[in-house]
Design a protein. Structure first.
Length: 207
């Protein structure tokens, strides 16, 4: 980092691009410089294509009106798919968990993305998440099972307990992942085989 901080990159434009890439998670300044130099070596059209894709991402991305996953339209591709088993809703903390579950190919139901987990010490309260929308969705009818696919962390367990209390009396069956995912682990980092088995062998939720 000291090397790049003192190095003359020869162009403020290059410096600005390096600074921008270095803000991404897991990207240090050396990696950022490699990315910038790679783009400069490529066909200008490819670099502009990247810029256009990023502009469209920021300007046009939206959230599904039903499950709050990323979407290009009012409903995401899962919610709009009539072949999915919409009577089963898998509740996840964020889109990364949804993508991890989808990658297993073992789940064919719908989803509900909370947008995080209850974490009072970090200032995240139930009202900051998509919990009321989940309750309303269940109360509308047509849902027989809610799968609580939340991280096996203190925040995940707290959120699951809160959801179970809010959903009690609605008549829906509450289930959770089988304990193939280690306690303290996050879903996005679980290997596909373990996660697939945990989904397929899900068990009733016990508060």
């Amino acid at each position: 980092m000291l090397f790049l901080a003192t190095m003359n990159l020869g162009s403020q434009l290059v410096q600005d691009a390096v600074d921008a890439f270095a803000k991404f998670p897991g990207i240090g300044r050396k990696s950022a410089l490699r990315l910038v130099l790679h783009l400069l070596r490529k066909n200008p059209a490819e670099a502009k294509g990247l810029g256009d894709a990023l502009h469209k991402l920021v300007d046009q991305i939206r959230y599904c009106e039903r499950c709050f996953h990323f979407s290009d339209h009012a409903l995401c591709s899962v919610c709009a798919n009539p072949k999915r088993q919409h009577e089963t809703v898998c509740v996840v903390a964020d889109p990364r968990d949804l993508m991890a579950i989808e990658s297993t190919g073992q789940y064919n139901g719908a989803y509900h993305v909370l947008g995080g987990l209850i974490a009072p010490l970090e200032g995240v309260q139930p009202e900051h998440l998509q919990i009321e929308s989940l309750i309303a969705r269940v109360q509308q009818g047509g849902i027989s099972e809610v799968v609580l696919a939340l991280n096996s962390t203190h925040e995940g367990e707290t959120t699951a307990f809160y959801l179970s209390s809010k959903l009690s009396g609605t008549g829906v069956r509450l289930s959770t992942l089988a304990r193939g995912v280690a306690v303290g682990a996050e879903l996005e980092y679980a290997d596909e085989l373990t996660l697939a088995k945990s989904i397929a062998e899900r068990v009733p939720f016990k508060a």
